[in-house]
Design a binder for this molecule. Structure first.
Ligand SMILES: NC(=O)c1ccc[n+]([C@@H]2O[C@H](COP(=O)([O-])OP(=O)(O)OC[C@H]3O[C@@H](n4cnc5c(N)ncnc54)[C@H](O)[C@@H]3O)[C@@H](O)[C@H]2O)c1
Length: 365
């Protein structure tokens, strides 16, 4: 089997996780790394014995023959490296959110299609066994027609977290807050399990961290789906700490009378199925014992990058497509636009709505 040669863009917190995750994959090799902070790139390269180290993606793409890049820079720096790679015919997988701007994300989708390269988004939580099991059961019709769903991110962040990097907590640097950075994982999971969203109505506020951030630390929304289902989203980063906050939760209810649920508690651990009436309790308890209390990193990034490698080698779409990553972003931008207009936003958004949503979240007005 051919080895897929990866370049890593951004050697910060999660970039190093990508490097660790790639080391766990047979068919992949971390061939080159880049970071505008060259010291960070050198440190990652040293840890993984990578020969090619650069301060920019352009230099990296010019100097080294790569099959794919994985983009792990901060939100507003996803687009330029991704587009540079696509234009060279290099496959691209991008950390969440795919970009901070809908227009940029849309142009990546178009460019990837035109160049026939794979474009994927990172939502590694889809690879939790609890999530795979839940999605498969819903898709097989085991809970009947989906009626309602609850998508919950009850999280804790403190002032030090927002002070860690200049881009955090600002419209200009991050393009959003609790929804854009954290709840996006569960919003992707919601869309993956429930279907195509047709409308979103939401509100956001900065209720705890407002002194030092200008994005939302809390948000609530209602989403309607093409199949008639309805869902609520609740997101907040105002709780005590990562360890003490309840974490992520998704519950999907069906007309056959069943509820399936998963919970990641505390955040950053592997999720388990907290509601599962379809199998005997002993089975569900066995799953929880095997899957709970385990770290959520880097194994699931590894699963996701492995899936991307297989997609490249087998000429199929990755499990998390660029379009899916775009849809999650669109729901979030829909909440921001809905708050400004005080009314629901139709999805998919029109080009005019995309432009307006980008403008109000750009941090430039
Ligand atoms: N999937 C997850 O669970 C998860 C977890 C944490 C972060 N993330 C995402 O990963 C991304 C990075 O987050 P982080 O916490 O690692 O941030 P970070 O600030 O620790 O790291 C970002 C790195 O990118 C570098 N960088 C910026 N612009 C660059 C460019 N043009 N070319 C090369 N390098 C560049 C920075 O110098 C920095 O080293 C964000 O999009 C974030 O939302 C995802």
């Amino acid at each position: 089997m051919k080895t897929v040669r990866f370049g890593l863009v951004g050697c910060g917190g999660i970039g190093n996780m990508h490097a660790d995750a790639l080391a766990l994959i047979g068919g992949a090799e971390l061939t080159a790394v880049c970071d505008v902070d060259l010291e960070r790139a050198r440190a990652t390269a040293a840890k993984h014995a990578v020969k090619h180290v650069f301060a920019s993606v352009e230099e990296m793409l010019k100097a080294v023959k790569l099959d794919a890049i994985t983009v792990a820079s901060d939100h507003k720096r996803h687009f330029t490296p991704a587009m540079a790679a696509i234009e060279r015919g290099v496959n691209v997988i991008i950390e969440k959110p795919i970009t901070a701007s809908l227009e940029e994300a849309y142009s990546l989708l178009e460019a990837a299609k035109a160049r026939s390269v794979k474009l994927g988004g990172v939502f590694q939580r889809r690879f939790f066994p609890a999530a795979q099991r839940m999605r498969a059961a819903i898709a097989a019709g085991r809970i009947g027609r989906i009626t309602v769903a609850e998508c919950i991110a009850l999280l804790g962040r403190d002032r030090a977290y927002f002070a860690r990097d200049a881009w955090r907590g600002t419209w200009k640097g991050e393009g959003g807050g609790a929804l854009m950075n954290q709840a996006i994982h569960m919003i992707d999971m919601l869309l993956w399990m429930v279907g195509e969203p047709t409308e979103v109505y939401g509100r956001w506020a900065a209720l705890k961290h407002g002194e030092y951030i200008d994005v939302e630390d809390s948000a609530c929304a209602v989403v309607s789906f093409e199949n008639g289902a309805l869902a609520t989203i609740t997101a907040t980063t105002t709780l005590e700490s990562i360890e003490k906050a309840p974490g992520f939760r998704l519950a999907v209810h069906g007309a056959a009378g069943y509820t399936l649920g998963l919970t990641e508690s505390p955040e950053l651990t592997q999720a388990i199925n907290d509601q599962w009436p379809l199998d005997p309790e002993t089975t569900v308890n066995e799953w929880a014992a095997a899957e709970g209390d385990r770290p959520g990193f880097p194994d699931f990034h590894s699963d996701q990058l492995r899936d991307f490698v297989v997609a490249i080698l087998q000429h199929r779409e990755p499990t998390v497509t660029g379009l899916a990553a775009f849809r999650a972003l669109e729901v979030i931008k829909g909440v921001y636009l809905s708050q400004t207009r005080r009314r629901p936003i139709a999805l998919p958004m029109s080009a005019a709505d995309r432009a307006e949503a980008d403008l109000i979240t750009s941090g430039t007005r």
